[in-house]
Design a protein. Structure first.
Length: 141
């Protein structure tokens, strides 16, 4: 009998069997017909598809975006694939800017923290507290 079992497909693609089943439920990978009293078999095209999915995920594409890319898998619609990649690139750049902003804030907060002894309030914790948490605002009247 030719073809790979689901466990062999998983092994060749570097994933577990549940990942393959999940991709099948999401419509990313077709589930082959099951012969009478037989085992479903997968081909090299299925291995290639799994590797495509994993490669796309490694560079940040979501499964929804992967599904869009898979619809273009004949390779002739480069402008559509480029548009998807440009949207992803814009998203990555936005996240990088957000991370740089977070880095700046954390750098400042860490800089405010000095090793102190005694009952001195931590400036980092104070900076994270909502304004009402300071002073008399929370005391019952």
């Amino acid at each position: 009998m030719q073809g790979l079992t689901i466990s062999k497909l998983a092994q060749e693609a570097g994933v577990n069997v549940e990942t393959i089943r999940f991709y099948q439920r999401r419509g990313l990978l077709a589930e082959p017909d099951k012969p009478l009293r037989g085992i479903r078999r997968y081909g090299q095209a299925d291995v290639a598809r799994m590797l495509f999915i994993k490669a796309a995920q490694r560079i940040g594409f979501t499964l929804d975006e992967v599904a869009q890319l898979l619809q273009l898998d004949d390779g002739t619609q480069c402008s559509d694939a480029r548009a998807i990649a440009e949207r992803k690139l814009a998203d990555v750049r936005k996240r990088l800017a957000d991370l740089q902003r977070i880095e700046g804030v954390l750098t400042q907060l860490v800089g405010r923290c000095v090793r102190r002894r005694g009952k001195v309030r931590c400036p980092l914790i104070d900076a994270l507290q909502p304004p009402l948490a300071h002073g008399d605002a929370l005391r019952p009247r």
